[in-house]
Design a protein around this ligand. Sequence first.
Ligand SMILES: NC(=O)C1=CN([C@@H]2O[C@H](COP(=O)(O)OP(=O)(O)OC[C@H]3O[C@@H](n4cnc5c(N)ncnc54)[C@H](O)[C@@H]3O)[C@@H](O)[C@H]2O)C=CC1
Ligand SMILES: O=C([O-])CC(=O)C(=O)O
Length: 348
Amino acid sequence: MRTSMLKSIVRRSSTAGASYVSRRGFASGSAPERKVAVLGAAGGIGQPLSLLMKLNPLVSSLSLYDIAGTPGVAADVSHINTRSEVAGFAGEEQLGQALEGADVVIIPAGVPRKPGMTRDDLFNINAGIVKSLCTAIAKYCPNALVNMISNPVNSTVPIAAEVFKKAGTYDEKKLFGVTMLDVVRAKTFYAGKAKVNVAGAQVNLPVVGGHAGITILPLFSQATPKANLSDEEIVALTKRTQDGGTEVVEAKAGKGSATLSMAYAGAIFADACLKGLNGVPDVVECAFVQSNVTELPFFASKVRLGKNGVEEVLGLGPLNDYEKQGLEALKPELLSSIEKGIKFAKEN
Ligand SMILES: NC(=O)C1=CN([C@@H]2O[C@H](COP(=O)(O)OP(=O)(O)OC[C@H]3O[C@@H](n4cnc5c(N)ncnc54)[C@H](O)[C@@H]3O)[C@@H](O)[C@H]2O)C=CC1
Ligand SMILES: O=C([O-])CC(=O)C(=O)O
């Protein structure tokens, strides 16, 4: 369903410019004005993500920010004949302008992994980047939905929450760690093993927990369509989903981590946020949010998106014994990453 949605956006955009006819909702040209800002827009994820957001007819204004390089990216993307007006902003002095009036801010700013590194090894650099960007968000667009892509997501989301709390702007409904790539991967790998068409509308499953190693917990027992996979196959699928990021890091051999699949996943998640804001009913995706689903303060699970961001954090659903074990095993690592983020934000 998601793949076909993006394909149809591409098709409509190339032929119809600003016109938009949604599956359920707005008539041609009547989608509300929405500004989306991408922070880190000149990067490996930022560029294809900016392209995909330019193809999204729900976006009326696309604001591309980076420390450098954004004038070129913005000029390039702006020539595409779709609805949104594009503006590029470079350097801290232009950050306020980039953010003002944003409905959704997507953050793929920061350094990526090289082979041999964990996501947590990025903490020292990315924590400071995320903190300064979130300080600006609190000032210039405190009501925006924030889609955090920068790693380690298990820590950068708690950092963002603390920054917003300090600024007095925190709204737990508006802060999301983007774990959509885990879902995208789990669907692809499952469809391959189950021999079903991944691009068909039906392949679906939740991925819960966090976004690093064993904290990524795909719930294949809830996958649709049902398939008769052996325990060994489920263990292998789980491991491949947990190690999906590392698989790409190793294949890129020093040239970074997932960018294209992440841009796709980020675009799908931002589109879901925009649909929720626009009042489209029953928009449900997985994301890492403030949560009561377990005893951990942040946790990824299915979330219903609405006009104010998170409308409802959905429960885990039934887990089998293997998934129950996975859930208990991930909690200490996830909690420690969350606490590390909170501590950093409190001390800096
Ligand atoms: N959540 C997820 O599933 C995934 C997260 N990631 C993470 O996304 C982040 C970005 O990855 P890539 O795009 O591959 O890296 P990249 O190095 O290609 O691009 C990062 C961009 O951020 C910019 N940047 C650095 N400091 C900035 C600041 N203060 N303000 C604005 N922009 C700033 C850089 O100039 C660069 O253009 C990494 O932390 C990576 O680990 C990557 C893949 C999946
Ligand atoms: O693995 C990485 O470093 C990037 C990432 O988060 C992913 O691809 O899931």
